[in-house]
Design a protein around this ligand. Structure first.
Ligand code: 5GP
Ligand code: ZN
Length: 117
């Protein structure tokens, strides 16, 4: 646990959140500023600042985030598809430095992902 980390404090219960799932490895909760009808975040319980800091020992938690995303998305109402996003570092526009995966969906809300220049 990193005491100054918002998501560590959410996982620890010190900051309230709208939790949708947790187990011994991961924690999932609604994003406080959703960009779509379904928008939740999945995080490892352990503090990892970004994908740059990930190591093989983190594979179980990271894999579980992916393995659980579809089930949780469906339960939240994203039944016809969703997008997963992990922003990393400055160029990735990461704002909170505790690895998190956005799960974003809902009816026909997502634009094409990559704008080709
Ligand atoms: P990033 O840009 O780092 O990928 O995304 C960080 C996300 O965390 C943003 O979508 C933001 O709305 C969300 N967020 C930031 N602070 C809080 C908080 O205190 N509670 C919740 N539930 N979400 C937060
Ligand atoms: Zn943290």
């Amino acid at each position: 646990m990193a005491p100054d980390c918002i998501f560590c404090r959410i996982v620890g219960g010190g900051i309230p959140s709208r939790k949708i799932y947790d187990d011994e490895d991961i924690f999932a909760f609604h994003d406080i500023r959703p960009v779509a009808p379904v928008h939740f975040l999945m995080v490892p319980r352990v503090h990892i600042a970004s994908l740059y800091e990930c190591e093989p020992s983190h594979a179980a938690a990271l894999g579980k985030m992916l393995a659980m995303a579809g089930r949780l998305a469906r339960e939240q109402g994203a039944t016809d598809g969703f997008r997963t996003i992990i922003n990393t570092g400055r160029v990735g526009r990461q704002e909170v430095y505790h690895v998190h995966m956005h799960v974003i969906g809902g009816p026909d809300v997502l634009p094409g992902m990559i704008v080709r220049k």
